[in-house]
Design a binder for this molecule. Structure first.
Ligand code: PLP
Length: 388
C-alpha cells in the first residue's frame, strides 16, 4: 500500500493543476507584459489566479502579490516591515517555534541591532498571549506569529493577536505591523485577515505547484518594494511572472476554497482514525499535537519512546508509508527540532518523534494499515533495545 502522510512538507498537485500548467507551458507561454495577444492571454491567467487567491484568503485581489515561494514571502514581509522607515522602532516580537523562513531573517535583523522577543510556548505549542501583550511597545516594528505550526499543527491565536495589535495601535497612535506566516493554514482553517497586515502563503502546500508563493499586504501599508526591476506585481516584486506556477496556484486555491468543508472533514477523519488507533494499540507514546479545537486537521505529531524517528521513518518507507521526523526544511540539518525543544520535550523524547500530515486523499484503510505498521516497527525496535 502507498500511504503519503507528509503533506506538510509538500502535497501532490491536483490533476487540474497539472493540466492548466501544461497548457500554459505548451500553448499560452507569452509574457504577461507583452502587448500582443499571447501576452494578453497570459496576463488573463495571472489576473484570474490573483482573484482566486484573494477569494481563498478573504482579501481584495489588489492586495495580493505573487512571489516565488513561502520563504520569499516571509523574507519580504519581515525585511519590508522592519526596514520600511528609519523612524520605526527597533523591536520585533516572534515565537520560538516559527519556521526558519521567519527565524533566519529575524536573526539577521537581530545582528543588525534589532531587539527580539522570542515568545515561549507550552507543551502543546500554544503561545503565551500574556507574554505577547506585555512585550508590545511603541518601539515594536513587527509582530510575526505563524497561523499554524508546521511540526505540531497547533493553531495560533491569530485573531486575538490582530485585535491586541489594533487596540495597541489605536491607544498609542503607533503602527505596529502584524505578519502571519499562513503557509500551513491556507486551506486547513478558515482564514480571517482582519487586523493582519501581511500574510505569507505557498502553492505547494495546497496541492499547487512548487516555486510559487504569495503575499497579502494590507492596502495603505508602506512596505518598500523588495525586488526591483521591470515593475511587475504592481511594482512590489519585479521579475517576469511564473505564469504556469501562478495559474496552477490559482486552480489549487479555487479547489481549496470550494471544497473547504469536505476536504478538511476528510483530513480530520483520517487524522482521528490514526490517533485513536495509535492510542489504543500502543504504549509509551506522547501526543505532541493539541487534541482540542486548537488542533489543525492536517498534522499529528507523536513521540514513540525508546525509538529513533529517523530509523522509524526509513523502516515505514519500506512498507510504503511516507512520514517526516519534523519539518522537511529542518530535517536535513543537524540538531533537534527547535519547536519540540521550545515545547519542553527532552532530547530522548524528541528523538523518537514522527510527524504524520494529512490530505483529503487519505483513507481510513490507509490509517489502519499505518497503525499496524507503526506498531510492528516500534515494537521490533523496542525489543531490540538501543539500536544506535
Ligand atoms: N513557513 C512554513 C510554516 C512552512 O511550513 C514552510 C515550508 O515548509 C515555509 C514557510 C516555506 O515555504 P516554501 O517551501 O514555499 O518556501
Amino acid at each position: 500500500m502507498f500511504v503519503y502522510l507528509d503533506n506538510s512538507s509538500t502535497t501532490k498537485p491536483y490533476e487540474q493543476v497539472v493540466e492548466i500548467m501544461t497548457k500554459v507551458l505548451r500553448e499560452d507561454f507569452g509574457n504577461p507584459s507583452s502587448l500582443h495577444t499571447l501576452g494578453i492571454d497570459s496576463e488573463k491567467y495571472v489576473k484570474a489566479a490573483r482573484k482566486s487567491l484573494a477569494k481563498a484568503m478573504g482579501i481584495s485581489s489588489d492586495d495580493f502579490y505573487f512571489t516565488s515561494c513561502g520563504t520569499e514571502s516571509d523574507n519580504a514581509a519581515i525585511f519590508g516591515a522592519c526596514n520600511g522607515s528609519k523612524y520605526k522602532g527597533k523591536k520585533i516580537i516572534t515565537t520560538k517555534v516559527e519556521h526558519p523562513a521567519v527565524l533566519e531573517p529575524i536573526r539577521r535583523l537581530e545582528m543588525a541591532g534589532f531587539e527580539v522577543t522570542y515568545l515561549d510556548v507550552d507543551r502543546k505549542c500554544h503561545l503565551n498571549m500574556e507574554q505577547l501583550k506585555s512585550a508590545i511597545s511603541k518601539d515594536t516594528a513587527l509582530i510575526s506569529v505563524m497561523a499554524i505550526n508546521n511540526e505540531t499543527g497547533t493553531i495560533m491565536p491569530i485573531n486575538e493577536i490582530a485585535e491586541t495589535k489594533e487596540r495597541f495601535n489605536k491607544e498609542h497612535g503607533c503602527q505596529v505591523i502584524f505578519h502571519t506566516d499562513a503557509v500551513q493554514a491556507l486551506g486547513k482553517i478558515p482564514l480571517k485577515m482582519n487586523g493582519v497586515d501581511i500574510a505569507s502563503v505557498s502553492g505547494h502546500k495546497i496541492h499547487g505547484p512548487k516555486g510559487i508563493g504569495g503575499l497579502y499586504i494590507k492596502k495603505g501599508l508602506s512596505i518598500p518594494a523588495y525586488m526591483i526591476g521591470g515593475g511587475q506585481e504592481h511594482n512590489m516584486r519585479s521579475g517576469t511572472e511564473n505564469t504556469a506556477g501562478i495559474a496552477g496556484f490559482g486552480i489549487a486555491a479555487d479547489i481549496c476554497a470550494e471544497g473547504f468543508e469536505t476536504r478538511t472533514a476528510a483530513m480530520k477523519k483520517a487524522k482521528q482514525r490514526l490517533l485513536t488507533g495509535l492510542k489504543s494499540e500502543m504504549k509509551d507514546i506522547y501526543i505532541n499535537s493539541p487534541e482540542d479545537d486548537t488542533a489543525s486537521p492536517s498534522v499529528l505529531n507523536v513521540s514513540f519512546i525508546g525509538t529513533r524517528g529517523e530509523v522509524l521513518l526509513h523502516t515505514l518507507e519500506q512498507e510504503g508509508i511516507f512520514v517526516s521526523t519534523g519539518s522537511a526544511c529542518s530535517s536535513n540539518k543537524k540538531g533537534q527540532s527547535h519547536v519540540l525543544t521550545a515545547m519542553g520535550l527532552s532530547p530522548k523524547v524528541i528523538e523518537g518523534t514522527i510527524r504524520f500530515s494529512f490530505s483529503e486523499f487519505n483513507t481510513e484503510e490507509e490509517m489502519d494499515y499505518t497503525v499496524e505498521k507503526v506498531k510492528e516497527t516500534v515494537n521490533k525496535f523496542r525489543r531490540l533495545g538501543s539500536f544506535r
